[in-house]
Design a protein around this ligand. Sequence first.
Ligand SMILES: [Mn+2]
Length: 405
Amino acid sequence: MIKFLHCADLHLDSPFKGLSSLPNGLFQRLSDSTFVSFKRLIDLAISEEVDFVVIAGDLYDSGNRSLKAQSYLKNCFMKLKSYEINVYVVHGNHDPLDGQWVDLDWPSNVHFFGGNHVQTIYFEKKGRQVAALHGFSYETAAVTDDRTLHYPDKRDGLYHIGILHGQADGYSGHSRYAPFLLSELLKKGYDYWALGHIHKRIDLNIDPPVRYSGNIQGRHSGELGEKGGYIVTLNHNEVESRFYSASEISWQESSIDLTEVDNLQEVILLCEKKINTHQQGNKGVLLVLKLTGQTQLYHELLDGTFIEDLEEILREEDYDSSFVHVVSIKNVTTPSLKEEQSMKQSAFFQDLQCVLEDDSELQQAIYELSTHRTARKYIELNEQDYEEIKQQAEHLLLSELHKSR
Ligand SMILES: [Mn+2]
């Protein structure tokens, strides 16, 4: 039997760009959150008495691994060493081997997979080989070829674990690094595939598990929910695994339907109620609220001042223990039926619908952004993002139309 922790995409020392306007105490807690989350996982590995820890890439957020992140990691690994727990690491597209960084000496329980080719490292228990771990690190950020070919087949009675930082076929929205087909992974006959790269928990296959553990701390409103790692036990042909949440602060999204609501006072109450349902233990929550529904309040909400004031009213003061902080309130309400009918007759509205239905218009509008050298590095737009841009543009234009009537 072997027991291990599978985690990935630590992105230690993420700068949380674009969130620096959050209140001071909160931003500080967010800045520390990747570290706190990883420490929880290390403590979990120790209390669960695992044999080893597998980290499937992107330990650091940037190619020039920050010294702070490196020494933190080293301390964590040394702690694991004192419990005789090994660590197996591959580097991903965010922390490839060709970056520039201060080279630290790592404790002997830590094994880094090399670049360029798939390497096999054996895990021994009481002097006997019990498991084979296969993997590779990104030698440069741009590993875009399928490397599954180079993973050897399982041909013995050991437990075999594949570690791969890459993009499963059919999952859009992430850059195509080290793409692979699930069917190719299954052919290897391994007992477990520890995947990294996609920041979401996904089981591509149940038995044997082929799994993305997701990242360990959500970094923006696109990375919703609890984040953490899996404790996995392999016992002959049996697999048992359990997800443990470790994230210090979770991103959440919630909708409030205003269809039946006819005054702004009630909107405030509904928001406060919603916020209360998101309180949890001693964790922090960053909440995006969405106002939805066909409502007679549509007009009053169009003038953004109420929403701005509402955001202000709902703000917390204290970010020390548990909190729910409303990051933003998105107004996606639509006008009541009667209103909508009269709107639909306007020529402006009809033009707007034509533009929205024509995808090339949107492509053209954001062409400059998506081809900008610097912007391209930070922005990866997926289908959902495109839909959201469209929705917001529609909303903005309609509110202009209303104001001018
Ligand atoms: Mn990543």
